[in-house]
Write a protein of this length. Structure first.
Length: 287
């Protein structure tokens, strides 16, 4: 994964963005599901959700605004409502996502976070969204860089600490001569990646397919996809291993939302219908 446009630069710091409680926040609560919420969570009245801004269309805010938007945000709100809770979004830098949850400072991670086998040693995932990796660049590179092999010897900016770093490096080894590998540089945000490309310091970047579709929608004709979508995988809602009770009640809420059409409606809201899963699975990743 990740990240960004539109956004407010600097929001990757550990800023806490809470949604105000409203009467409607509890109106959609399912009494049976709410009763199954662990006491430690129900007693707070909040579902603490850790995110890492910004990655449209998954989680972001418009320039000059602190209002959170995106598929993950809306889905997290809907889950919290089903459980009779108020969502409290905690924004941290991407490398801090796992520590935030395993130390108990947050209940779950929901931020376009890939389910990976190595992450399953610390976390349990509910896989809820299909995605894939894709290289992209600005339109002025379209004649010289068409497929992945055209990136050999060039610089690709990738989000710091994400699974995309290893993927880009390994792909380079598979398609490039040993003396002309892809030079992968780690930079936090998508806005900075694009700046690096426009300033000539990089020639491409990596993003999830949903992010590229959103970027091309926001700025028609300015960006393009390089090669094919690869490494089809799933984003997961992540929980500490000790938090299985909460994991199971969130899974039950998702299943209820799939059955009544809420899940599909939120996907459609962001043009992401093709990314929906047919079944929510726990720890579905095998690599």
């Amino acid at each position: 994964m990740k990240r960004l446009l539109p956004m407010v630069l600097g929001l990757a710091s550990a800023t806490f963005l809470s949604l105000a409680a409203t009467g409607a926040a509890h109106a959609a609560a399912d009494e049976k599901l709410a009763a199954a919420v662990p006491d430690a969570v129900r007693d707070t009245g909040k579902l603490n959700v850790t995110i890492s801004l910004a990655y449209p269309p998954m989680e972001y805010n418009d320039a000059g605004s602190t209002e959170l938007k995106g598929f993950d945000i809306d889905l997290a709100k809907a889950i919290a409502e089903r459980l009779g809770l108020t969502p409290d979004f905690q924004n941290v830098e991407f490398p801090q996502l796992i520590p935030q949850v395993v130390t108990g400072r947050s209940d779950l991670i929901m931020t376009a976070f890939s389910d990976k086998v190595e992450r399953q040693t610390q976390l349990d995932f509910i896989d809820y969204f299909k995605t894939g990796n894709v290289f992209y660049s600005t339109a002025d590179h379209q004649d010289e860089i068409k497929v992945e092999a055209d990136l050999c010897g060039k610089t690709v900016a990738v989000a710091t600490g994400t699974s995309w770093v290893t993927w880009a490096e390994e792909l380079g080894k598979s398609v490039c001569p040993a003396d002309k590998l892809i030079n992968v540089i780690q930079i936090p945000t998508q806005a900075e990646h694009i700046m690096q490309i426009r300033q000539g310091r990089a020639q491409a970047s990596v993003i999830g397919l949903e992010g590229l579709l959103d970027l091309m929608k926001q700025e028609p004709g300015k960006f393009y996809q390089i090669g094919e979508v690869a490494e089809i995988n799933h984003y997961g809602i992540a929980f500490a291993k000790a938090n299985g009770e909460l994991r199971d009640v969130v899974l039950a809420a998702l299943n209820a939302m799939k059955a009544d059409g809420t899940y599909a409606e939120i996907l459609d809201r962001y043009g992401l219908k093709q990314a929906g899963v047919e079944e929510f699975t726990i720890n579905g990743a095998t690599k």
